[in-house]
Ligand binder design. Structure first.
Ligand SMILES: [Zn+2]
Length: 217
């Protein structure tokens, strides 16, 4: 049984049990009622309480399961659920282990950033090795206006929202920023460097220009 709150009330003549929207139990007892009787009553009513709690949670899950989220170019419906170890899990749906809508966005953003780091670091290492390029570090940013950047000290920056795009688009941004390690401008030589790493870059560059605005929530 989840948390139980006991409240005394001068208006009550008998014990009242109420299941609150968060599935916690509220017991209201008469002013002079001995508290130690409460656990006995709760034990007797255990089955009823558990059924009522489950109904309450199911109702809530249904009510607040809404919205669709992009991940690696695919759309997943959001499903809130209770009692899971992993905060966010993706399979057929994007599951968030929270019944409190307030926290859902926070959990999701931190999960997206984690995934972005994992995937982007792997892609950068892959292409850097092929092209024989070295960089200082990779950072995942929340920049609103750019997908990636490469600073003069060879730090590569990538926007976490990229992880919503198809992997081919991520690869385009990765190779674009890697190319800046040798060419700091967008000259012909720069695009030639991108093309050598990623011959299909044009198509995915166009995708990002056209659909980049959809990579957000
Ligand atoms: Zn650039």
């Amino acid at each position: 049984m989840q948390s139980v709150t006991i409240v005394r009330s001068s208006k009550r003549k008998s014990v009242g049990i109420q299941i609150l929207p968060d599935a916690s139990v509220k017991v209201t007892i008469p002013l002079l009622y001995p508290k130690f009787f409460v656990s006995k009553i709760l034990k007797e009513k255990e089955e009823w309480i558990m059924a009522a709690q489950q109904r309450m949670l199911a109702q809530k899950e249904q009510k607040i399961a809404k919205g669709h989220y992009l991940y690696l170019g695919q759309t997943y419906p959001l499903q809130l659920r209770s009692g899971q170890k992993d905060l966010v899990e993706i399979s057929d749906k994007l599951y968030v282990a929270s019944m409190n809508e307030k926290f859902v966005k926070t959990y999701l953003v931190s999960w997206y950033k984690q995934q972005a780091r994992k995937i982007i670091v792997a892609r950068v290492n892959h292409y850097a090795k092929i092209a024989g390029l070295s960089f200082r570090s990779i950072s995942i940013t929340t920049a609103e206006t750019r997908w990636g950047s490469c600073s003069s000290n060879k730090t590569l920056n990538f926007n976490w929202k990229l992880v919503m795009a198809p992997i081919e688009v991520i690869d385009y941004v990765v190779t674009h920023e890697l190319a800046h390690l040798t060419e700091l401008n967008h000259s012909k030589a720069f695009w030639e460097t991108v093309r050598r790493m990623y011959p299909l870059y044009r198509e995915h560059r166009t995708w990002l220009k056209r659909y980049g605005h959809t990579l957000s929530f």
